[in-house]
Design a protein. Structure first.
Length: 162
């Protein structure tokens, strides 16, 4: 379903899901529910006609996986700040970790984006809303996000030098 679905920064959504799982594994996470959720974490938002019963029927952990996916899914009535604040204030430990890994993947992809305003806005949003999530999830993930935001800002400052 996500293969071929383009991302703003290039690549496709399927690759982003796999990258997110790879980031979790790189940080030593082996929880099956967390890893399975990482592979489908954008489905509910990006596939409007998603048949949730297909997910729930996969295996004995499917209900937990789906519940975690819903935790990190932006609800139609939520603004982006409300969504990220909800995860920070009410998210499970796995939701915090998954959101941090998702944002690391997104920040890496941001290196392929040429939309200057989007880079600024996304970096600011990461600093304001996702740093606290990552700080609760895993200090090493926070450090990686800080480095990624720093490199994006360095790119922006060099881009406008004369």
């Amino acid at each position: 379903v996500l293969i071929g679905k383009r991302r703003r920064s290039g690549g496709n959504m399927f690759r982003h899901q796999i990258d997110t799982m790879g980031i979790l594994m790189d940080y030593g996470y082996i929880d099956g529910v967390l890893l399975k959720a990482s592979v489908i974490h954008d489905l509910v938002e990006d596939v409007p006609d998603l048949d949730r019963d297909r997910i729930l029927g996969i295996d004995e952990e499917s209900a937990e996986v789906y519940k975690l996916v819903l935790e990190v899914t932006r609800r139609p009535v939520e603004t982006k700040p409300e969504f990220l604040t909800r995860i920070l204030e009410f998210g499970s430990a796995n939701a915090l970790v998954l959101k941090a890994a998702d944002r690391i993947s997104n920040m890496i992809s941001l290196g392929y984006t040429t939309d200057i305003e989007f880079i600024k806005r996304y970096s600011d949003e990461t600093e304001r809303f996702v740093y606290p999530i990552a700080g609760r999830a895993n200090p090493a993930m926070l450090a990686e996000l800080e480095e990624l935001v720093g490199t994006r800002r360095e790119y922006l400052s060099r881009r406008f030098e004369i």
